[in-house]
Design a protein around this ligand. Structure first.
Ligand code: GDP
Ligand code: MG
Length: 193
C-alpha cells in the first residue's frame, strides 16, 4: 500500500527525537465534518479554514514550549472512511496520543467516539493510551445536540481530559494540544517508575 504523502514521519521509529527535540506523535480522530482539520490548522497556522478538503489526510509539525519544556508536535489530521482499514490500524499503533473530536451540533459524532475508542483499545491491547476529548463548534450553541455534561461523562468513562472547543474562535485550541502532550509526558514518567 502506498504511504500517503506527509505521513512517513509518523511511522518512522527514528522520529522520536529531531535535532534534540522530543517529537510527540499525535493523531486527530473523529467523524467527517467535526472540525479535525479546522482545529489542526487553527493550532498549527492560526487560520480558520472553512472549506478544507475533507479527503485530505496530512501530517503537520509545530514546535512548542509547554510547561517550560520544548517539543515538536507531529499532528496527523486523519480523513476518510470509518472502516477499520490497515492504514487506520497503522496510525493507531504509531500514535502516542489521540485527540478524539466530536461536534456539539451532532449527536452521532459523539456516539461515534465510542467506536474510535474501542478501535484504539483493540489495536493497543487495552493498554492505557493518552487521549483528550474535544467537543468542537462550541460557537454554535444554538444548534447544540450534545450537552457539556455528556462530554464530561464520556471523559470520565475514558478517564481523560475534556474541553469544548471552537476552531472558528480559536477557543481552547491550544489547551487541547497542550493537554495531550501533558498526558503523554505523565504517562512516560509513570512508565519509568
Ligand atoms: P473534518 O472533516 O473533521 O476535518 O472537518 P473540517 O475541519 O473540514 O470542518 C468541517 C466544517 O465544519 C467546515 O465547514 C468548517 O468550517 C466547520 N467547522 C469546523 N470547526 C468549526 C467550529 O469550531 N465552529 C464552526 N462554526 N464551524 C466549524
Ligand atoms: Mg479534514
Amino acid at each position: 500500500m502506498p504511504t500517503p504523502q506527509g505521513t512517513e514521519l509518523h511511522h518512522s521509529p527514528n522520529a522520536r527525537f529531531q535535532s534534540g527535540n522530543r517529537v510527540y506523535r499525535i493523531v486527530v480522530l473523529g467523524q467527517g465534518g467535526v472540525g479535525k482539520s479546522a482545529l489542526t490548522l487553527q493550532f498549527v497556522s492560526h487560520i480558520f479554514q472553512e472549506d478544507h478538503d475533507p479527503t485530505i489526510e496530512d501530517a503537520y509539525q509545530k514546535q512548542v514550549v509547554i510547561d517550560n519544556h520544548p517539543g515538536i508536535l507531529d499532528v496527523l489530521d486523519t480523513a476518510g472512511q470509518d472502516e477499520f482499514t490497515a492504514m487506520r490500524e497503522q496510525y493507531m499503533r504509531g500514535g502516542e496520543g489521540f485527540i478524539l473530536i466530536y461536534s456539539i451540533t451532532e449527536k452521532r459524532s459523539y456516539d461515534e467516539l465510542y467506536r474510535f475508542k474501542e478501535m484504539i483499545d483493540r489495536v493497543r491491547n487495552y493498554e492505557s493510551v493518552p487521549i483528550v476529548i474535544a467537543g468542537n463548534k462550541s460557537d454554535l450553541g444554538q444548534r447544540r445536540q450534545v450537552s457539556t455534561r455528556e462530554g464530561e461523562a464520556m471523559a470520565k468513562e475514558f478517564n481523560c481530559p475534556f474541553f469544548e472547543t471552537s476552531a472558528a474562535l480559536r477557543h481552547n485550541v491550544e489547551e487541547v494540544f497542550f493537554e495531550i502532550v501533558r498526558c503523554i509526558r505523565s504517562k512516560e514518567n509513570e512508565d519509568y517508575l
